[in-house]
Write a protein that binds this ligand. Structure first.
Ligand SMILES: Nc1nc2c(ncn2[C@@H]2O[C@H](COP(=O)(O)OP(=O)(O)OP(=O)(O)O)[C@@H](O)[C@H]2O)c(=O)[nH]1
Ligand SMILES: [Mg+2]
Length: 385
C-alpha cells in the first residue's frame, strides 16, 4: 500500500487525474484545503491536496479460499475461544450472579451453568479452577443445592461450601476405607491380598510400605510383602530394606508358579501386599506379563491402581481405562497430592470411572505421609484447606 498526494485548484480534476493514473479502484483517504496567498492584502486562492491510497496488484486479485478450509479454521477458533474463556466466564457469572444475555447468546456452553446462582455458582467456579471437569463440578454441587424460589435457580442449601461439596462427594464417590476395615467385626479371619499396580514412578513401592507399617505397627497384623518387580535395578533392594526395618517376610518373585507356592505358605498371614513393576499403560505386552503372574493365584486379589495427582486429567483417565482392560480394579490410590495446586483429579477420576478410592499419599515420608480417603479429606484438598 502506498499513499499518493495530488495538488491542484480543482478537486474534481484531481480525482480524475488520480483515477487516470492509478485506475478506478483507488481509495480516497481525505483531502485538505490550503489558502495560497501571494500578497498579504489579496485574498488567497483555494488549493486542494488530495490523499489517495494505491491498491497493489496482489491486493486487487481475489483471494482463493477453499470454503472447507475456512470453515475448519473458524471451528478451530471457536473451540479455542470456548476452552480459554469458560473458567473466566464462570467467574463473570459468579460476580454478577446472573448469566448476562450477551454471553449466553454468544457461547452456548455457558448456559450449562445458567441453572445455578449465588454460592452454588461460586463453588462451581472454585472447582473448575482446581481443574475439576465442569460436568463433574455441576453434578457434585447440585447435590448440595435447593431451588431458589426468587430466581428459580439452584443455590446451596448448606451452611458452608465445603459441606455442599462433601454432600456431593458422598453421593458420587465410593470409599473403601482402610484396608483392614471390617477386620475387627468378629467375622472369620481371612487372608487379604492387595497388589499395587500402576505406571512407573507413581509411588507404588513407597506407599505399599506405608500401608505395611500401619498394619504392622498400629494394627499388629501379620503382614508379608512380595515383590514381582525383578526388572528395575535396585527395586528389590529398596523393598527389602523397608521390609527389614519392619521385620516382616519379603519375597522377590518373577514366576507365576513360585508366587502361587509362596502365597500357599503364607496362608496364616493377615495381609499379603504385592508390589509390581511400573508399566506404561500403553505397554500391553508387559501389562499382560503382570496379569499372567497375578492370575496364577486362586485367592481374590484387590488390585490397587496407584495414580499420581500431578497427572493431567485426560492422561489419568486413559491410565485407568487401559489398566481396567487387564485388571479388575479394587480402588484408586492417589499419590503426590503435595506436588499439585490443582487436584481436580481427586473428583474427576472416581466420578467418571465409578471406581472406589482408598488412600492418598501426601509426601515422601514413610510411614506418616498417608491418609485414608474420606469425603472430608477430598473436600479439604480440593478447597485447599
Ligand atoms: N512428593 C511426593 N513424592 C512421593 C509420594 N509418594 C511417593 N513419592 C516419591 O516418588 C518416588 C518414586 O516412588 P516409588 O515408590 O519408587 O515409585 P514406584 O511406583 O514404585 O516406581 P516404579 O517401581 O519405578 O514404577 C520416590 O522418590 C518417592 O519418595 C508423595 O506422595 N509425594
Ligand atoms: Mg516400585
Amino acid at each position: 500500500m502506498e499513499i499518493k498526494v495530488y495538488e491542484g485548484y480543482d478537486l474534481e480534476e484531481l480525482i480524475h487525474r488520480a483515477k487516470a493514473e492509478l485506475g478506478d479502484d483507488i481509495k480516497i483517504l481525505h483531502y485538505e484545503t490550503v489558502e495560497e496567498k501571494k500578497f498579504w492584502f489579496l485574498r488567497g486562492r483555494k488549493k486542494y491536496k488530495l490523499f489517495v491510497e494505491t491498491i497493489e496488484e496482489e491486493e486487487l486479485t481475489e483471494p482463493v479460499i477453499k470454503f472447507e478450509e475456512l470453515l475448519e479454521k473458524v471451528e478451530e477458533l471457536i473451540d479455542k475461544k470456548i476452552r480459554v474463556s469458560l473458567p473466566q466466564i464462570a467467574q463473570n457469572i459468579t460476580q454478577s450472579q446472573t448469566v448476562p444475555d450477551h454471553i449466553d447468546n454468544q457461547c452456548g456452553s455457558v448456559s450449562q451453568f445458567s441453572e445455578f446462582t449465588g454460592d452454588a455458582l461460586h463453588l462451581i467456579n472454585q472447582l473448575i479452577n482446581k481443574d475439576v471437569f465442569p460436568e463433574v463440578a455441576k453434578k457434585i454441587v447440585k447435590e448440595g443445592c435447593g431451588l431458589d424460589i426468587d430466581t428459580n435457580k439452584w443455590d446451596l442449601n448448606t451452611l458452608t461450601e465445603k459441606e455442599a461439596l462433601i454432600k456431593g462427594i458422598k453421593k458420587y464417590i465410593k470409599f473403601t476405607g482402610a484396608f483392614d476395615n471390617g477386620d475387627n467385626d468378629g467375622g472369620e479371619k481371612r487372608l487379604k491380598i492387595y497388589a499395587f499396580i500402576g505406571p512407573t514412578g507413581v509411588g507404588k513401592t513407597t506407599n505399599l510400605f506405608k500401608i505395611a507399617s500401619y498394619l504392622v505397627i498400629e494394627k499388629k497384623k501379620k503382614v508379608a510383602v512380595i515383590s514381582t518387580d525383578t526388572f528395575k535395578v535396585g527395586a528389590s533392594h529398596q523393598a527389602r530394606t523397608y521390609a527389614n526395618i519392619l521385620n516382616i517376610p519379603f519375597y522377590s518373585i518373577s514366576e507365576s508358579k513360585r508366587l502361587k507356592n509362596t502365597v500357599d505358605e503364607l496362608r496364616n498371614f493377615d495381609f499379603i501386599l504385592i508390589d509390581t513393576v511400573g508399566r506404561s499403560h500403553y505397554d500391553y505386552w508387559r501389562l499382560g506379563e503382570i496379569k499372567e503372574i497375578l492370575s496364577s493365584l486362586e485367592e481374590e486379589i484387590n488390585n490397587v491402581l496407584t495414580i499420581s495427582c500431578n497427572y493431567k486429567n485426560d492422561d489419568a483417565l486413559e491410565v485407568v481405562y487401559k489398566y481396567q482392560t487387564f485388571f479388575p480394579i479394587h480402588s484408586i490410590f492417589f499419590t503426590k497430592v503435595d506436588e499439585t495446586l490443582k487436584p481436580g483429579i481427586l473428583l474427576n477420576l472416581p466420578v467418571e470411572t465409578k471406581i472406589p478410592v482408598s488412600y492418598i499419599s501426601v509426601g515422601q515420608r514413610v510411614p506418616e505421609d498417608i491418609k485414608v480417603l474420606t469425603p472430608e479429606v477430598i473436600a479439604s484438598y480440593i478447597m485447599g484447606s
